[in-house]
Design a protein around this ligand. Structure first.
Ligand code: SAH
Ligand code: SF4
Length: 403
């Protein structure tokens, strides 16, 4: 089982490497490619079609099961193929440029990626590992920044926005396994993994980067590779209604909805995407979510903001709204960040709210804030120091709404 104490000789913390030293990758990485795409690359190298399937199996095993960091390690692949691959490609992950370790064992990695348009420039995202007694959860980012500007979220204040590629999303899980020494080998039998669960709850709105998130999660859940089952992967969305159904059909992972308010007026303010997809439409999409059942409940996330959304009236309406949906409710104490306008609800109020919801028949755990001291808790992630002006935030918001 994964425990903090169980961290095998994981790498020591890393001081931040200065941005000026950034060198963009010279060759593309194979990480993030599906089996069909790997076969196509092998075809380009002259590997005959009849051999491609077998070679793809080998590569898949080395890349996604063993976590090989170079073609040299891939001893079952013929030497010629290895040389040809190494001339054109790498198996590099996003570069880890800083690592912070919280006093509760949470680890946060800052990853550097090439910028989409100007390859000499770099972007950065964060990824967080949260060890618990019975599991280890990796919180993965889907975008650099976020276009949606939820009022209480640090990520929404970030200027730069670009979608991550499937490789950069899978790469985060690979980086975590590298840093935690968590690949399958003789010392790490399969049942003793540290990273057991994935939550798409880092920076960005995963359903605004649908294709890359889908492709990445299909790779991550492939049981001949990284092998984290779909039931252990949760995708959190602020409510991109048209893509919720697609997520159920094409990805099939667990769904979490960032609800945070039970009246449209307040939700419009807290989660501005609500103006485009109001509560009733969002909940209908949840009722229709393929695969939702009592065994596979939808999680409703609800950030506790003092005096804003934390009254017992809110709790009552919440229970009423969720009627008929296989749901659990996750109360998140608000995590403050520099300049945030809200306060976390008092503990007593959180307990009362939780009790009400629990008595109405819903599981209502309060999410223990983890890694607050290193700004790794929910909504605290942010990789650029530049802040948006009020006008820029408004413009971005309008852009996101017209997508
Ligand atoms: N963009 C997606 C996933 C990332 S956010 C989404 O919004 O669902 C993961 C969760 O943290 C969301 O429920 C989000 O609303 C919540 N969150 C954001 N800022 C927070 C903060 N400061 N304190 C607590 N939770 C926060
Ligand atoms: Fe984006 Fe989610 Fe933060 Fe809202 S809560 S700004 S959708 S990352």
């Amino acid at each position: 089982m994964a425990t903090t104490a169980g961290l095998r000789d994981a790498a020591a913390p890393l001081e931040k490497i200065p941005l000026e030293t950034y060198v963009p990758p010279a060759k593309p990485s194979l990480i993030g490619l599906s089996r069909a795409e790997l076969a196509a690359r092998l075809g380009e190298l002259g590997v005959p079609e009849r051999q491609q399937k077998m070679r793809v199996q080998q590569l898949w095993h080395w890349i996604y099961f063993r976590g090989a960091q170079s073609f040299d390690e891939m001893s079952s692949v013929s030497k010629d193929t290895r040389t040809a691959l190494a001339a054109r490609f790498t198996v590099d992950r996003p570069e880890v440029v800083a690592e912070q370790i919280s006093n509760d064992g949470t680890r946060k990695w800052l990853l550097r990626l090439p910028s989409g348009d100007d390859l000499q420039k770099a972007h950065e995202v964060e990824c967080v590992y949260i060890p618990e007694t019975d599991r280890g959860t990796l919180c993965v980012s889907s975008q650099v920044g976020c276009t949606l500007n939820c009022a209480f979220c640090h990520t929404g204040t970030q200027r730069l926005v670009r979608n991550l590629t499937a490789g950069e999303i899978v790469g985060q899980i690979m980086v975590a396994r590298d840093r935690l020494n968590d690949w399958a080998d003789r010392e790490t039998p399969l049942g003793n993994r540290l990273v057991t669960n994935i939550v798409m709850m880092g920076m960005g709105e995963p359903l605004y980067n649908f294709d890359a998130v889908r492709d990445a999660l299909l790779i991550v859940s492939d049981n001949e590779g990284i092998g984290i089952s779909r039931r252990r992967i949760t995708l959190s969305t602020s409510g991109v209604v048209p893509n919720i159904k697609r997520a159920g059909e094409e990805i099939g992972v667990m769904l979490a909805i960032s609800l945070h308010a039970v009246r449209d007026e307040l939700r419009n303010e807290l989660v501005p995407l609500n103006r485009k997809y109001p509560i009733a439409e969002l909940l209908q999409a949840c009722r229709d979510y393929p695969g939702a059942s009592n065994a596979r409940r939808i999680t409703f996330e609800y950030v506790m903001l003092k005096g804003v959304n934390d009254s017992l009236d809110d709790a009552r309406l919440l229970v009423k709204l969720l009627k008929g949906i296989p749901a659990k409710i996750n109360l998140i104490p608000f995590n403050p960040w520099p300049g945030s306008a809200y306060e976390c609800s008092d503990w007593e109020q959180i307990e009362k709210f939780s009790e009400y919801v629990f008595n109405a028949g819903y599981s209502s755990p309060v999410r223990t804030p983890r890694g607050r001291d290193i700004l790794a808790a929910c909504g605290q992630l942010k990789s650029e120091t530049e802040k948006l002006s009020a006008r820029e935030r408004q413009a971005l918001r309008a852009m996101a709404m017209t997508d």
